[in-house]
Design a protein around this ligand. Structure first.
Ligand code: ADP
Ligand code: MG
Length: 255
């Protein structure tokens, strides 16, 4: 890791309850700038919950209660009057199942910039082209910009969704199991894309696929039953885990 590490975000003593069920327990975790952080752990351990806290997507869940802090630019995103709209502009998200809008390929990318006030066709064209290029999908779609995004393959749809996330110029891109609905070739393309994107963005990815975490991430967080058991450089976590629980999981002796 050549580039100097600096903090982009910091999770501090984060507790989360869904009604009476505690899903996150005193989670502390740094998110480093221009790095890929992978969150791994068995199903139900709280990976998606933790990821959603980073752009306050849990706000929309009924009976969800949060204590603790997430610092972003030295401000707690959970403090009163924090601008959540601005937060979601700066912290974009890509979901497990590709979810393009049922609109044209062009509209999928132009939609958010237009809402944010960019009206000129020429400017929008430029943004659309750049985002599609940055998400490695321009070559495949440039001659059918007016076709429905729903006609694309799953892997193409997911790259389109990444392009859409880029269109709001975020600092951080959150990805929740972005490859779990894709075949190995489409998965490899997304993994390659992540390594390129991380030069300009900070990426946090949830994956149940340990090989994927080992392949793409710089840092890995291992979660179990709502607790963050171990965090470290990916190589260290996989080759020299300090916690027995981590070792059990990564060697497949879990359960
Ligand atoms: N909207 C919700 N309402 C109630 N419980 C939830 C909700 N979402 C997740 N949970 C529970 O919180 C725990 C963590 O879930 P989740 O973050 O989705 O885990 P993971 O992504 O690691 O599989 C699980 O026990 C799950 O059942
Ligand atoms: Mg999940």
């Amino acid at each position: 890791m050549s580039k100097k590490t600096s903090l982009e975000m910091e999770v501090k003593d984060l507790d989360l309850w869904y009604d009476t069920k505690q899903a996150l327990k005193k989670v502390n975790m740094p998110v480093y700038k221009n790095k890929i952080t992978a969150i791994i752990g068995p199903s139900g351990c709280g990976k998606s919950t933790l990821l959603r806290c980073m752009n306050r997507m849990n706000d929309i869940i009924d009976k969800c209660r949060i204590e603790g802090e997430i610092l972003f630019d030295d401000k707690n995103v959970y403090r009163k009057n924090y601008d959540v709209v601005e937060l979601r502009k700066r912290v974009g998200m890509v979901f497990q199942k590709p979810n393009p809008f049922p609109k044209s390929i062009y509209e999928n990318i132009a939609y958010a910039p237009r809402i944010h006030g960019i009206k000129k066709k020429k400017s929008l064209d430029g943004i659309v082209q750049q985002c599609l290029k940055d998400a490695f999908i321009w070559e495949e779609v440039h001659d059918r910009m007016e076709s429905s995004a729903m006609g694309l393959s799953g892997g193409q749809q997911q790259r389109l969704c990444i392009a859409r996330a880029l269109s709001i110029e975020p600092d951080i891109i959150l990805m929740d199991e972005p490859c779990s609905a894709l075949d190995p070739i489409a998965t490899a393309k997304i993994e390659d894309l992540m390594r390129v994107l991380v030069k300009d963005y900070t990426v946090v990815i949830v994956t149940h696929n340990m090989q994927q975490a080992a392949r793409v991430s710089d840092y890995t967080a291992y979660m179990y039953l709502g607790e963050l058991i171990e965090f470290g450089e990916t190589e260290q976590i996989f080759e020299n885990p300090q916690e027995e629980l981590t070792e059990k999981y990564i060697t497949g002796r879990f359960g």
